[in-house]
Design a protein around this ligand. Structure first.
Ligand code: 5GP
Ligand code: ZN
Length: 112
């Protein structure tokens, strides 16, 4: 049994509010939202981060997941920001690749 919390989310052990799901990815509401819209898109297959030799199929699936979130949350006109933290010094707290989709307010100009 995996100790990774996002693997537990994929297996249904930890409940989340699902925005979109298919065989390869899950998109769900962040438990501690930093913006009015804060969704995490993750592959069901475990990778530590985007720097972890992610295969093309998974990258494509993540892209599809992001597009579905944009569609379902109607962010086309609002605009949105994608963030993925790789490594502790970049602010990564969960060691399972995830893309933050942030929107619903004017986002800060600060990237760091
Ligand atoms: P990181 O800091 O690693 O880039 O982002 C991890 C994100 O996962 C944080 O925004 C945090 O709020 C979110 N998170 C951590 N644990 C859980 C959980 O159990 N459920 C949900 N929905 N989000 C979580
Ligand atoms: Zn995992």
């Amino acid at each position: 049994m995996s100790e990774c919390i996002f693997c537990k989310i994929c297996s249904g052990e930890i409940p989340v509010n699902v925005v979109y799901e298919n065989d390869e990815v899950m998109a769900f509401e962040d438990a501690n939202p930093q913006a009015p819209v804060h969704v995490l898109v993750i592959p069901k297959k475990h990778f530590d981060s985007i720097a972890d030799n992610v295969d093309d199929e998974t990258l494509l699936a993540l892209h599809k997941g992001v597009k579905e979130v944009v569609k379902r949350k109607q962010l086309q006109d609002e605009g949105f920001r994608l963030v993925t933290n790789a490594g502790e010094r970049a602010g990564q707290t969960v060691r399972h690749l995830h893309i933050h989709v942030l929107s619903g307010q004017r986002l800060s100009d600060n990237m760091a």
